[in-house]
Design a protein around this ligand. Structure first.
Ligand SMILES: Nc1nc2c(ncn2[C@@H]2O[C@H](COP(=O)(O)OP(=O)(O)O)[C@@H](O)[C@H]2O)c(=O)[nH]1
Ligand SMILES: Nc1ncnc2c1ncn2[C@@H]1O[C@H](COP(=O)(O)OP(=O)(O)O)[C@@H](O)[C@H]1O
Length: 213
């Protein structure tokens, strides 16, 4: 029997967005996904927030000062950018569009404002996933256990969590992060299923034509 060649068909890449209130676990899930899946690459954001311990410039974020950020805005180098927690965060355009066409998937860890902007610009490629904490008390526990922010910062993030959660219905998928492995498995299933969407499988047309000729 001929080897089926369906796994070699070309498809468009997708823009896989993970958002959540701070502390719900999107960074954790993002890192698990990037470690487990070779086909997806992180879109590294630019931020004016100072690095946390362990964060590496160019890997987790590009850390810049206000003047550098202003320059990037002026030069129209961002797909989108937003104010979050008193700092600015932006998605650099880079070569995302061309890479999507070549079949490269990108992971975005961005907030609801950035999600809206990316969706307006590129509905066909965007997949929006929102992660919820299992409870508000657990959200605070996670922010405290991460131990990267002082109490006033944690309070501000908790204050903002309610308004962030109110945007849950602007997402395609919502996953509750109770058990981290379960949450990860669900997010991975979403990614796998989205890759199989007919509209993304641009190589199907030729394949079906061959099958039916
Ligand atoms: N709009 C937008 N939001 C971003 C971007 N990068 C990060 N964010 C969001 O900014 C918020 C704060 O991020 P961060 O300071 O790393 O703290 P975290 O919430 O604990 O991950 C999170 O909601 C991120 O998803 C970006 O490029 N654009
Ligand atoms: N399902 C989970 N159960 C327990 N702790 C978790 C879970 N998911 C994430 N955490 C922990 O909660 C803290 C916040 O997670 P993080 O991924 O940094 O959140 P976010 O990126 O959404 O701000 C981290 O210390 C992380 O290890």
């Amino acid at each position: 029997m001929d080897q089926p060649r369906t796994d070699r068909l070309h498809r468009r890449g997708l823009m896989f967005i993970l958002s959540s209130p701070s502390g719900a676990g999107k960074t954790t899930i993002s890192r698990m996904l990037l470690a487990a899946d070779e086909e997806i690459k992180l879109s590294v954001s630019v931020t004016t927030r100072p690095p946390r311990p362990g964060e590496v410039d160019g890997v987790h974020y590009y850390f810049v000062d206000d003047a550098e950020f202003d320059k990037l805005v002026e030069e129209d180098d961002f797909y989108e950018w937003a104010h979050v927690f008193g700092f600015r965060y932006g998605t650099p355009k880079g070569h995302i569009r061309a890479a999507l066409k070549e079949g490269q998937d990108f992971l975005f860890d961005i907030d609801w404002q950035g999600t809206q902007q990316l969706f307006q610009k590129d509905q066909q490629d965007v997949v929006r996933v929102f992660i919820l904490p299992p409870s508000i008390d657990e959200l605070r526990r996670r922010l405290e256990s991460r131990a990267t922010d002082d109490v006033s910062v944690i309070d501000a993030r908790m204050e903002r969590a309610r308004s962030e959660i109110s945007h849950w219905d602007a997402y395609d998928y919502v996953v509750i992060n109770g058990d981290v492995d379960e949450c990860f498995a669900k997010v991975r299933e979403i990614l796998h299923a989205e890759r199989m969407k007919r509209q993304r499988q641009t190589g199907l047309i030729g394949f079906v034509r061959e099958l039916t000729s």
